[in-house]
Design a protein around this ligand. Structure first.
Ligand code: GFB
Length: 362
C-alpha cells in the first residue's frame, strides 16, 4: 500500500442513531458491510448522551481492537485522524454519503441533502474529528443499498463509488439495517470488552457476588413504557430487538406486554424460578431506573441469598457482568439486553443460558 494506506479505501461513519444498544446493533451490520466492500473500517467513537453533554467514547476504550481486526481490516479513529486522513482525504474531497436527499430539520430554506452535520449528535460527531463536508452522495439507487448480499450490489458500489474517485466513504449514519438481521448476530464474537472493562467486571463479581449467579436486566425508565405502547398485538410485528427471543419475523410466537414491560410480580417470579433452577447463590441487577433490590430480596429470603447492584450503574461494566453470569434474564425488546444475549450465544465454545421475561421455556 502506498504510504501505508489502504488502496481499497476506507469507511468512516457516525453511529448517529439511538443509544448504546442501538449503536452496537448497527455496528455489527457495518462490520459486515465494510468486509464485503473490502475496505478498511474506521472504528467509530460511540456516542454517550449525558444531557446536556454529548460524549465521544473511542471504540478502543470499550473493546479490543485486535479481536475485531480478526473479522475485517480496521483502524482506530485516532490513528485515522492523526496519520491517514490528510493523505487519503483532502478537505475538498470530503463528501457525505446518505441514502437519499431529505429536507433539513432546522433550516427550512436549505436544499434537500444529507445534512450530515445538522443537529446533535451529527454536528458534534464530525466536529470532534475535524471533518466538514463539501457535498453529498446518495447510494439509495444501488440495489440493496448497504445490503451488499443482493445481486449486483457490490459491483454497483465499485462502479459508482470506487476507490479511485472515493478513497473514503463517509456515512452520515450507520450503513446497516436496524434492527439488525439475524445473520450478523454472530459477529458479536469479535467484540471483546477491553481489559479495563473486563477487569472492572471481574472485580465487581469477586467483591460482591457469590457463584453461581443470575444476572437480570430491568429496562424500566419512562421512555421504555412508551416503546411498549407500540406493541402491535394484531400484526405481531417485530419491535426493536424482539426477534432475539421470537425469531425472525416472529415465527416463534407472539410479542406480549409481559415481554416488553413485565410487572413487578412477573419480574420477581421469574427471578425466583431461575434462581431455583440453577441453585444460584446471588443475583446481579442492572437497570436504567428501578433495580427493585428490596422487592427482589424480599422474595429471595427463603433461599437465603441476596440481590446486588452497582451503586453507580456503569452501563458498560453492567453489560460485562451480565455477560459473565451463569444465567441471564433479559428484556426481549431491548437492544441493550441483546448485546448480552449475543455475547452469551457466540463468545464461547457453546451458548450459555439466557432467558427473557414473558417467555416460557420448555
Ligand atoms: O442502549 P439502548 O439503545 O437500548 O438505549 P434499548 C437504552 C439506554 O438506557 C442505554 C440506558 O444505552 C443506557 O444508556 N440503560 C438501559 C442502562 N439499561 C441500562 C442498565 O441496565 N444500566 C445502565 N447503567 N444503563 C431503546 C431503543 O433502548 O430505547 C430505541 O431501542 C428507543 O431506539 C427506546 O430509543 C426509547 O433498546 O433498551
Amino acid at each position: 500500500a502506498k504510504n501505508g494506506t489502504d488502496p481499497n479505501g476506507y469507511i468512516v461513519f457516525c453511529p448517529c442513531m439511538g443509544r448504546f444498544g442501538n449503536q452496537i446493533d448497527q455496528f455489527l451490520g457495518v462490520l459486515s458491510f465494510a468486509k464485503s466492500l473490502d475496505r478498511t473500517l474506521v472504528l467509530p467513537n460511540f456516542i454517550e448522551f449525558n444531557h446536556p453533554e454529548t460524549k465521544m467514547i473511542p471504540f478502543e476504550v470499550l473493546f479490543q481492537v485486535g479481536t475485531v481486526a480478526k473479522y475485517t481490516r480496521v483502524v482506530t479513529m485516532h490513528e485515522f485522524t492523526k496519520k491517514i486522513m490528510s493523505k487519503v482525504w483532502p478537505p475538498e474531497k470530503r463528501k457525505a454519503f446518505c441514502w437519499n436527499p431529505r429536507k433539513a430539520i432546522y433550516d427550512t430554506d436549505a436544499e434537500p441533502g444529507c445534512h450530515a452535520k445538522e443537529g446533535n449528535p451529527f454536528g458534534p460527531y464530525w466536529d470532534h474529528i475535524g471533518v466538514s463536508f463539501v457535498g453529498d452522495e446518495y447510494f439509495g439507487e444501488i440495489p440493496g443499498g448497504f445490503e451488499t448480499s443482493q445481486m449486483g450490489s457490490r459491483k454497483k458500489w465499485l462502479e459508482k463509488f470506487g476507490p479511485e474517485e472515493f478513497l473514503v466513504l463517509a456515512f452520515s449514519s450507520a450503513p446497516a439495517a436496524f434492527p439488525s438481521k439475524g445473520k450478523v448476530w454472530s459477529i458479536q464474537k469479535y467484540l471483546r470488552w477491553s481489559s479495563r472493562i473486563t477487569e472492572q467486571a471481574k472485580k465487581y463479581i469477586t467483591n460482591n457476588l457469590q457463584k453461581p449467579f443470575v444476572a437480570v436486566h430491568l429496562r424500566n425508565d419512562a421512555d421504555w413504557v412508551r416503546v411498549c405502547d407500540h406493541i402491535d398485538l394484531e400484526k405481531n410485528r417485530p419491535l426493536f430487538a424482539s426477534e432475539q427471543c421470537l425469531g425472525e419475523g416472529h415465527h416463534q410466537g407472539q410479542l406480549t406486554m409481559e415481554m416488553c414491560i413485565p410487572n413487578k410480580q412477573q419480574i420477581v417470579d421469574m427471578i425466583v424460578e431461575k434462581v431455583g433452577s440453577i441453585g444460584a447463590k446471588s443475583v446481579f441487577v442492572a437497570s436504567d431506573k428501578d433495580h427493585m433490590i428490596d422487592e427482589i430480596n424480599e422474595a429471595l429470603k427463603p433461599y437465603e441469598i441476596e440481590a446486588h447492584r452497582q451503586e453507580v450503574d456503569d452501563m458498560y461494566t453492567s453489560l460485562a457482568i451480565m455477560g459473565r453470569s451463569d444465567l441471564f434474564i433479559g428484556n426481549c425488546v431491548s437492544t441493550f439486553s441483546h448485546i448480552v444475549k449475543r455475547e452469551r450465544d457466540h463468545t464461547g465454545q457453546s451458548p450459555r443460558p439466557s432467558a427473557f421475561f414473558g417467555v416460557r421455556s420448555a
